[in-house]
Write a protein that binds this ligand. Structure first.
Ligand code: NAD
Ligand code: MG
Length: 400
């Protein structure tokens, strides 16, 4: 038994793929972790089930009608969880004084404000919500620095890089001798699909990832490789490495989760089965390690690991992300916002798969110079980019 009281955890986006995996790990260690709050957009039944199982102090539904429904279900079942509603409640449960750690696992820009609130409140922030960091970059890292928050990456690649860097890296990155960060990418479901065929692929085809089971938005991002593009930007902010030193290596088996190449010729990698419970357990317990429920890696069964150069013609989103990172300013926020709008339109079958990159390119071209030095400015840039992207989507709509 641990001598300390259990750590109080808030899970933002509890009903999603990362949220469910986090609850799975937490439930294995009741002496270490206790659930402070669970949040969801509007999935009442799933959040109700999670509340009955994990008995959090608070449950937040962004949608007010959904919150009322949740409250009715929980009262009838005699559950003491207090139900809150609306976006401010997300911020409140992410920054409440009793909270030790926050799993930031909302998908998209919607997660920015509560994730940032956790960082500003000096929490241990377990960051899955990569879009929040792509949007707010410097502002987010400054908030972490100012409050003394502990920022730990959940994205498997960044978690692997974090594990492959020396413990002294944050104090003295220059002394570490990092030559390159090598982000591995599975290549997604369309790695070998002829480019002409990509014109007519469906949302379900795009969402059937060969190695990982994930939410629909990140699954489409994996199919366009925008996921890797967002991860290049994420790596830049997390590890302070310029675009030129971040390389993408296609590795279809998804066994090596990423690597760090050092000036002495050493390459340090982290390997494991493709199961998000490994990086989640690592970040929850860091610097200790705990059981995650993931089985041992069977290298003999895997037998071969292979590597390829990414195909930038097939995956223009990857080039667009590098371009946005190099351009800086409003570009990463615009890239992310346009991508979210285009992916939503693709999932609703209003836009063809290959047009996603066109929408992002057009938005990056059209957005004028805008300051991005405050939360208000970032939200304004996000809103402006969405307006442009929606206009571009209308021009190319499949449903006209
Ligand atoms: P998901 O779609 O399965 O779950 C998203 C969660 O966010 C749900 O709980 C949903 O209720 C909540 N949500 C959605 N819209 C919201 C809104 N407007 N306001 C408040 N809450 C909202 O997504 P996921 O696959 O779990 O991914 C979550 C985040 O983690 C994403 O940023 C993704 O890029 C990142 N990530 C996921 C994986 C993975 O394996 N799934 C791996 C690495 C990184
Ligand atoms: Mg990843």
């Amino acid at each position: 038994m641990s001598a300390h009281p259990p750590q109080q955890i808030t899970i933002l986006g509890a009903t999603g793929s990362i949220g469910v995996s986090t609850l799975d790990v937490i439930a294995r260690h009741p002496e270490r972790y206790s659930v402070f709050a669970l949040t969801a957009h509007r999935q009442v039944d799933k959040l109700a089930e999670q509340c009955l199982r994990h008995a959090p102090r608070f449950a937040v539904m962004v949608d007010h009608a959904a919150a009322l429904q949740l409250q009715t279900i929980l009262r009838a079942a005699g559950c003491a969880t207090e139900v809150l509603a609306g976006p401010q409640a997300l911020i409140d449960v992410a920054s409440a004084p009793d909270v030790d750690a926050v799993m930031a696992a909302i998908v998209g820009a919607a997660g920015l404000e509560p994730s940032l609130a956790a960082a500003q409140a000096g929490k241990k922030v377990l960051l899955a919500n990569k879009e929040a960091l792509v949007l707010s970059g410097q502002l987010f890292m400054d908030a972490v620095e100012a409050s003394g928050a502990c920022l730990l990456p959940i994205d498997s690649e960044h978690n692997a890089v974090f594990q492959s860097l020396p413990a002294s890296y944050r104090r003295d990155p220059g002394a570490a001798g990092v030559r390159r960060v090598l982000l591995t990418a599975s290549g997604g479901p369309f790695r070998n699909t002829p480019i002409e065929v990509l014109e007519s692929v469906t949302p379900d085809q795009a969402c059937s990832h060969p190695n990982w089971v994930m939410g629909r938005k990140i699954s489409v991002d994996s199919a366009t490789m925008m996921n890797k593009g967002l991860e290049v930007i994420e790596a830049h902010w997390l590890f302070g490495v310029p675009a030129e030193q971040i390389e993408v290596v296609v590795h279809p088996q998804s066994v090596i989760h990423s690597m760090v190449d050092y000036v002495d010729g050493s390459v340090i990698a982290q390997l494991g089965n493709p199961d998000m419970r490994t990086p989640i357990a690592y970040a929850l317990a860091w610097p200790q390690r705990i059981d995650s429920g993931v089985g041992a890696l069977d290298l003999i069964a895997i037998s071969k690991l292979s590597f390829e150069r990414p195909d930038f013609d097939r995956f223009p989103c990857l080039s667009l992300a590098y371009q946005a990172l190099r351009a800086g300013g409003v570009a990463p926020a615009a890239l992310n916002a346009a991508n979210e709008e285009a992916v939503a339109a693709f999932l609703e079958q209003r836009l063809g798969f290959r047009r996603i990159a066109d929408i992002i390119a057009a938005t990056l071209e059209r957005i004028g110079p805008m300051a991005v030095d405050s939360l208000e400015a970032i939200l304004a840039a996000d809103a402006r980019a969405r307006e442009i992207a929606r206009d571009e989507i209308r021009k190319r709509s499949l449903t006209q």
